[in-house]
Design a protein around this ligand. Structure first.
Ligand SMILES: [Zn+2]
Length: 312
């Protein structure tokens, strides 16, 4: 879609990740904003420049870069764009897009502790060395401007920032109320469900966040918002039927949680790792961090639904 529709243009770029291509977007008002920036590879950069040219733009024409979240497939090419182009994102993205030694240590220590706590056998500890390796395709740039809930996107008076955590703690979406357009990043994808991903606490010793619970609350909020069109980070643009898709995702999640509840009825004291193996009998071997995040999510979700039931 290398043309402008409703002041929005989509550019699709390859990534080295299993998810495949990523979409980045340009929003044109008085200001030209790039939303997300692909993975840091030479092939993505070349393709980005070619696509920009088709839109009549050069990298220098981009006034600012907004990141929907900090994942490497969404932030890498920031490093290729002029240093003078400001980067806007949620404050939680900062430590990921500019990784300090202190952050890497916190990350390592947190996951070492969690692996033990979750009952993950020693033979899987090599994963600890791999957890941050996807970030090799991310940028290394400080955040210039923080975007938080309810802010108007600078240069775009019709676009509002929504905090939509779950897939990442830094996740934001951009909403244009007049026509219900949502720049959704990875908050809702047509063909796959978004993974809730564990991240270390902001400070050492801080409480573990609950990515799946955050994500469910985000989805419920989106259902209420009822966007007409969602421009996603991956897959097809969702034009209509967003409510149904959200409903489908919420239902699938509830079904998965019921599966876990059944397991716990049979045997009450299962470790997170044991539940993970039952939920993902094959994938746990090759995608341990992701499947563990998903499993923890189920346990958090069960507790969340229970507490919510009590409150009602
Ligand atoms: Zn992502």
């Amino acid at each position: 879609m290398e043309n402008w529709t409703n002041g929005i243009a989509q550019i699709t770029l390859p990534t080295p990740f299993e998810v495949g291509d990523v979409h980045v977007y340009l929003i044109k008002d008085e200001t030209i904003t790039l939303v997300d920036a692909g993975a840091l590879t030479e092939v993505a950069w070349q393709q980005f420049k070619v696509s920009l040219k088709k839109l009549g733009l050069t990298p220098e024409d981009i006034d600012q870069i907004v990141l929907t979240h900090h994942h490497p497939d969404h932030v890498g090419l920031v490093d290729k764009l002029p240093k003078s182009t400001p980067v806007l994102a949620h404050p939680n993205a900062d430590r990921w897009i500019f990784r300090t030694e202190e952050f890497k240590t916190l990350h390592r220590e947190t996951f070492t502790e969690w692996f033990e706590h979750f009952g993950i056998p020693e033979k899987f500890s090599f994963y600890l060395d791999l957890l941050l390796s996807p970030m090799d395709y991310a940028c290394q740039r400080k955040l210039d401007i923080s975007l938080t809930e309810g802010m108007t996107l600078p240069g775009h008076p019709e676009w509002t920032v929504l905090e939509t955590p779950g897939h990442a703690t830094s996740h934001i979406s951009l909403f244009r109320e007049k026509d219900g357009m949502l720049m959704g990043g990875d908050v809702l994808l047509q063909h796959i469900s978004s993974n809730p991903i564990l991240e270390p606490p902001l400070q050492k010793g801080g409480e573990r966040h609950k990515p799946l619970v955050d994500y469910i609350i985000t989805l419920e909020r989106l259902a209420e918002l009822n966007p007409t069109t969602v421009y996603p980070g991956h897959g097809e643009i969702m034009d209509g039927g967003v409510g149904e898709l959200i409903h489908k995702r919420l239902k699938a999640q509830d079904d998965r949680a019921h599966k876990v509840m059944e397991m716990l009825k049979v045997k009450e004291h299962l470790s997170v790792f044991e539940i993970c193996k039952k939920l993902f009998p094959h994938a746990y071997k090759t995608q341990l961090p992701l499947t563990i995040s998903e499993t923890i999510g189920q346990l958090d979700y069960i507790e969340f639904v229970k507490n919510r039931g009590v409150q009602k």
